[in-house]
Design a protein around this ligand. Structure first.
Ligand SMILES: NC(=O)c1ccc[n+]([C@@H]2O[C@H](COP(=O)([O-])OP(=O)(O)OC[C@H]3O[C@@H](n4cnc5c(N)ncnc54)[C@H](O)[C@@H]3O)[C@@H](O)[C@H]2O)c1
Length: 364
């Protein structure tokens, strides 16, 4: 297969490389470092050990830092543990970090890199679909605290992102489907070809060995890279059109669902319901056509993602949306579509519209 290289322009310019069998690229990306620390979850121990062997053969000293799975890695305690390993190994500014894992691991690894010696080189090696198309691209790093998710962090781009599609072979199918929610999201907002591929090839779209999934990853990363390059610090775009905020499509309601469900739902499933909610809202507000609304439902359903949410939870959802950190001031703000591929903002909608949109996603 072809290896794809997509450039991101942030506080530094870096490349997202997408392909298969990319160990050599990983070794080369840290060729100037004396020591390399690989932060990885236990489930990827074998891959981390293989990486250590390759790095040592290339003359690097390598330390493996095994961290807990998923959100259990994004804690102040695990951050402190990583710092202590780097301290013991005598890590200097000429050394480098690799974050090998899903979005939780790369979020943590990037924040370790941002904070150690006020910033050392790091490489993101995402191994989940969500990690490849979303978390590893864009320079947002961080951990969770008792006050909430992702509240402590830094904008700190990697020096390279290396996404080896072969790593997806061991990702459970439901996690692939959840990751596809973020792919569909950028399809709705920015690249309708993504939607055509999902609708035409629903089975291949969740098959890590298919050309279709490869193309979906490349397209989704291309959109994210373009958006991030235009608005790295999420200040809004200089040209007056939506900047990085467009990536929040479906996330205001999606985050509320995650909170109300006590974070037991997969992020992608909550985003899927959030996308359906905001599509209904835009339709009721007279922005989005019935046809485009139906396309939303068809795409999400063909992936096997939820498009409905139980009745009776409006008060909790509404108060969760009010405190979502994306709400500005007191006005609720939603990224909506005027049509597929044409995003805009709906600010401070009438509460009756919000309730009606909720009614539209409650199952019959
Ligand atoms: N920085 C950003 O811009 C950004 C964007 C979106 C999401 N995120 C963050 O990403 C995280 C979610 O990421 P995720 O969905 O990748 O989940 P995850 O990192 O929690 O991974 C899910 C599970 O899969 C395991 N895993 C990883 N790779 C695997 C593989 N190849 N085979 C089998 N198992 C594997 C992980 O160890 C973990 O146990 C959240 O913490 C979220 O806040 C960050």
């Amino acid at each position: 297969m072809t290896t794809h290289c997509i450039e991101v322009r942030a506080e530094r310019i870096y490349t997202v490389t997408i392909g298969r069998g990319l160990m050599q690229e990983i070794v080369e990306s840290v060729s100037e470092a004396h020591r390399v620390a690989v932060i990885h979850p236990g489930v990827l121990r074998t891959s981390a050990e293989a990486m250590k062997t390759e790095l040592e053969s290339a003359g690097r000293e390598c330390v493996l830092i095994e961290v807990p799975e998923a959100e259990d890695a994004k804690t102040p305690e695990v951050l402190g543990f990583c710092w202590s390993v780097l301290g013991t190994a005598g890590f200097t500014r000429s050394d480098a970090l690799v974050g090998l894992g899903g979005g939780a691991t790369t979020d943590l690894a990037g924040f370790v890199a941002a904070t150690w010696l006020r910033g050392i080189k790091w490489i993101a090696v995402p191994t989940t679909l969500l990690g490849m198309v979303d978390a590893s691209v864009g320079g947002k790093t961080g951990i969770n605290t008792d006050a909430g998710k992702n509240l402590v962090g830094a904008f700190y781009s990697p020096w390279a992102v290396i996404a080896d599609l072969n790593t997806l072979d061991t990702v459970p199918e439901n996690d692939l489907r959840a990751g596809l929610a973020e792919v569909a999201k950028v399809g709705f907002t920015s690249d309708p070809t993504i939607l055509d591929t999902i609708l035409e090839f629903p089975i291949q779209s969740v098959d890590p060995n298919s050309a279709q999934l490869e193309s979906l990853v490349v397209r989704a990363v291309t959109v994210k890279a373009r958006v991030v390059s235009g608005d790295f610090m999420e200040m809004g775009s200089a040209t007056g059109v939506l900047g990085r905020e467009v990536l929040n499509y479906g996330h205001t309601f999606g985050h509320a669902v995650e909170k109300v469900e006590n974070y037991r739902w997969r992020h992608g499933a909550a985003v899927s319901v959030g996308i359906m909610y905001v599509a209904e809202l835009a339709n009721i507000a007279g922005r989005l056509s019935d046809e485009d609304l139906n396309t939303h439902r068809k795409v999400l359903e063909v992936i096997g993602l939820p498009t409905t949410y139980p009745a009776g939870r409006w008060d909790s959802l509404y108060s969760a949306m009010q405190v979502d950190k994306k709400a500005r001031g007191t006005l609720l703000r939603f990224v909506v579509l005027d049509s597929i591929g044409v995003p805009s903002v709906l600010e401070g909608p009438d509460p009756s519209l919000l309730v009606s949109a909720y009614g539209s996603i409650v199952p019959d």
